[in-house]
Write a protein that binds this ligand. Structure first.
Ligand SMILES: N[C@@H](CCC(=O)N[C@@H](CS)C(=O)NCC(=O)O)C(=O)O
Length: 206
């Protein structure tokens, strides 16, 4: 098995962090996305949508979509990211994180136009309210004391909110600190940072 990914790609990072937390011996293979690596015939065989990440299996077949990749690994066991009894909550926050944190921050990363900022802040602000309610009982992460699937998109989004200078409420900053106390998450951020700087000329300024 191997994961086709890129260290800057938010959904790639979500999958790679999940794999790292699970401890699967899955090598990460960097796709040269900026040189058309997602649109080659060989890559499109793996994922017809030409997106990353993709988990390539030993028999040459592939699983795409970050959540599907992690669900596949969880099904094989052990159960780390979808703890028994917490699956619904973990999946719910995973979906919310993709739609209302990672997608908007991804748009803002590439485009700093004021209308994009406004839309990003509005959507993320609503999501922060949902996170606030989930964390209100003092739990560290959305399912309890351990990081689950439900925290991964939020973790990556909060890292990019920081690199892009977006303010987050104190409770989300504290949650980000708890998340990034974990070495797997720290390594993900460290791997992304050179590309954060390198992509500045490719981005649309304010
Ligand atoms: N829903 C997908 C999203 C994947 C996605 O949008 N990946 C981006 C990088 S973060 C990508 O490959 N973009 C390249 C493109 O759209 O051409 C998932 O969870 O894997």
């Amino acid at each position: 098995m191997k994961l086709h990914y890129h260290p800057l790609s938010s959904y790639s990072r979500k999958a790679a962090i999940g794999i790292g937390l699970r401890g699967d011996p899955v090598p990460l293979v960097t796709v040269d996305a900026f040189a058309g690596g997602l649109k080659t015939p060989a890559y499109l065989q793996l994922n017809p949508f030409g997106k990353m990440p993709v988990l390539e299996l030993e028999d040459g077949s592939a699983i795409f979509e970050s959540t599907s990749i992690l669900e596949y690994l969880e099904e094989r066991g052990p159960r780390v990211l979808l703890p028994p009894g917490q699956e619904r909550q973990a999946r719910h926050f995973d979906r919310l994180g993709d739609l209302y944190l990672l997608d908007p921050i991804g748009k803002f990363f590439w485009n700093k136009q004021p209308e994009v900022r406004t839309a990003t802040e509005a959507t993320m602000g609503k999501a922060f309210g949902v996170w606030q309610a989930a964390l209100a009982d003092g739990r560290s992460f959305v399912c309890g004391p351990a990081i689950t699937l439900g925290d991964l998109a939020a973790a990556v989004a909060l890292h990019y909110a920081q690199t892009e200078g977006l303010e987050v409420p104190d409770f989300m900053a504290a949650y980000r600190e708890r998340l990034f106390a974990t070495p797997v998450l720290q390594a993900s951020s460290a791997a992304a940072m050179p590309f954060v700087a390198a992509t500045l000329p490719r981005r649309q300024p304010a």
